[in-house]
Design a protein. Structure first.
Length: 80
């Protein structure tokens, strides 16, 4: 799995944990459970708007992820 997909998996996993479940995360992001599952399995990269909504849910953890995956963070055009 490349760094971008690993970063997305971890972001979505953290967001799902924060909101209580993957199903609830999907509902909050306005996407299907199947779409979130694809993002978390490295099968797809979410649209930018969905990715940014997931990041908003874990703002307290952003610095951790930005430091852990600096190149992937930049390549996904996430806020600095």
């Amino acid at each position: 799995m490349d760094a971008e997909h690993e970063l997305i998996l971890r972001l979505f996993a953290r967001a799902a944990h924060k909101v209580g479940s993957v199903s609830r995360l999907a509902m909050m992001l306005g996407v299907s459970y199947a779409d979130v599952a694809k993002y978390m399995q490295g099968e797809a990269i979410p649209p930018e708007a969905v990715l940014l909504r997931a990041v908003e849910l874990i703002l307290d953890d952003v610095a951790h992820f930005r430091n852990l995956y600096p190149d992937a963070w930049e390549s996904l055009s996430l806020p600095k």
